[in-house]
Design a protein around this ligand. Structure first.
Ligand code: TXA
Ligand code: MG
Length: 328
C-alpha cells in the first residue's frame, strides 16, 4: 500500500476524514502519542487495522470521540461516570480513557471492542485529533501508532518508520513531538471502586484526589482486565538495562538529570533539569533514536517514581518483561 504524509492543514484533515469514510487507515497526532485511526462503526476497516498493527484480535481498541455527550451513544452512563467525564474531559482537559459498560445496539462494531461487554472511551484534546473527529463525523477507533508490542510513537517520523506501507495516510503534527509523550491513563469505572488499569498522562494522585479511593491494577489479582497490559510491550528492538549508573563501552546511554550515562557510544538526556514532564515528553523518541537494533543495548539511568515518573517506569518494566535481568 502506498502511504501519504500530509501536513495538518484544513485540506489535509478533509482528505483524511474522507479516507476514514472510505474505510481507510489514518495515523494522526494526539496530545499523548500518535494513533492509527479507523471508523469504529466499519467492521472491515477495524479488521484491517488489527492486521496493519499485527494486533491480537482479543485486545480491544480505544474509541475516540469529539464531545462528552457522544459517550451516551456508545456506553451506559451513570452519575459517577457522567460527572467524571465532565470533570476530567471537559473541565480539566485531561488525557484519560474511561472503561464503562458498552451500550448494546450501539453503532460501534463489536470487533473494535474485541467483543467485550465494556468500551474504552477517550476524548483527545489535540487540535488535529479534534478536527479529524469533527470532519469524519464518526467515532474513531485508534490504538497507538506502532506495530503491536513496539515503542509508541510521539513523532511523525516514529509513526512513519513503523507504519509506512501499512496505512493510507499520516497527518503530521506541527510540533516535532507530541506534548505529553506518554499514553492516556486508563480508568475502569465498571466496578464499585474505580480501578486504574494503565498509569499514564494523569497521575494517580490526581485520581485519588477526585475519587477518594481507587484500586491499582498492579495490586490486583491478575485476572484478565486489560489485554494490552500483559507480556512484553512498549519495547524497542534492542535490550534495555535499567537503573544503570554508567555505560559499558558497547552500550548507548539514556541519562536523566545529573545521572549522565558516560562511557558508552552515545548519550541522550531525558531532562537535564530533572523535570519529569520533560522526561515523559522525550521518552519514546529518545528510546527510538538510541535503538541500534537487536544487538544493541541502552543503559538507562534511574527514573524517580514521582509524578509521571510512575508511567515512565511502568513502560520501562513492560519493555523488559521476559528479558534477562542483566544489570551488572
Ligand atoms: O493515549 C492513548 O491512549 C493512545 C492514543 C492514540 O489515544 N492510545 C492507546 O491505545 O494507547 P492502545 O491500543 O495502544 O492501548 C489501549 C489499551 C490497551 O492496553 C487495551 O488492552 C486497553 O486499552 N483497553 C481497550 N479497551 C479496553 C477494555 N474494554 N477493557 C480494558 N482495557 C481496554
Ligand atoms: Mg499501544
Amino acid at each position: 500500500m502506498k502511504s501519504y504524509r500530509l501536513k495538518s492543514d484544513d485540506a489535509s484533515i478533509a482528505k483524511a476524514a474522507q479516507c476514514l469514510g472510505q474505510g481507510g487507515l489514518v495515523a494522526f497526532p494526539t496530545e499523548t502519542v500518535y494513533g492509527i485511526g479507523v471508523d469504529a462503526t466499519d467492521k472491515e476497516a477495524v479488521l484491517s487495522l488489527y492486521r496493519a498493527k499485527e494486533r491480537p484480535s482479543h485486545n480491544p481498541l480505544i474509541i475516540h470521540i469529539a464531545h462528552p455527550e457522544e459517550a451516551a451513544l456508545y456506553g451506559e452512563l451513570n452519575d459517577t461516570i457522567r460527572r467524571a467525564m465532565m470533570h476530567f474531559w471537559q473541565k480539566e482537559k485531561s488525557s484519560i480513557t474511561f472503561i464503562i459498560p458498552f451500550k448494546k445496539k450501539s453503532a460501534i462494531c463489536s470487533q473494535a471492542i474485541a467483543h467485550k461487554s465494556t468500551i474504552a472511551l477517550r476524548l483527545p484534546h489535540h487540535r488535529v485529533a479534534q478536527s479529524l473527529l469533527m470532519a469524519a463525523g464518526v467515532p474513531i477507533a485508534a490504538p497507538s501508532a506502532n506495530i503491536s508490542g513496539n515503542l509508541s510513537a510521539s513523532s511523525a517520523d516514529a509513526a512513519w518508520q513503523q507504519l509506512e506501507g501499512r496505512i493510507h495516510m499520516l497527518i503530521e503534527d506541527e510540533q516535532p513531538l507530541t506534548r505529553l509523550g506518554i499514553e492516556s491513563t486508563i480508568l475502569d469505572l465498571t466496578g464499585d471502586v474505580p480501578l486504574r488499569l494503565r498509569t499514564g498522562a494523569v497521575k494517580d494522585e490526581i485520581l485519588h484526589r477526585y475519587f477518594g479511593t481507587i484500586d491499582l491494577y498492579e495490586e490486583q489479582e491478575k485476572s484478565v482486565h486489560s489485554p494490552g497490559l500483559m507480556g512484553r510491550h512498549y519495547a524497542p528492538s534492542c535490550c534495555l538495562r535499567l537503573n544503570a549508573r554508567s555505560c559499558q563501552p558497547h552500550e548507548v546511554g539514556l541519562s536523566f538529570g545529573r545521572t549522565i550515562m558516560t562511557g558508552g557510544r552515545r548519550e541522550m538526556n531525558l531532562s537535564q533539569a530533572g523535570n519529569m514532564d520533560e522526561a515523559a515528553h522525550n521518552f519514546y523518541e529518545m528510546l527510538r533514536l538510541l535503538d541500534d537494533g537487536p544487538d544493541g543495548r541502552i543503559a538507562i539511568a534511574p527514573i524517580p517514581m514521582t509524578g509521571i515518573g510512575h508511567a515512565i517506569n511502568d513502560r520501562l518494566h513492560r519493555a523488559t518483561a521476559g528479558m534477562i535481568d542483566d544489570n551488572r
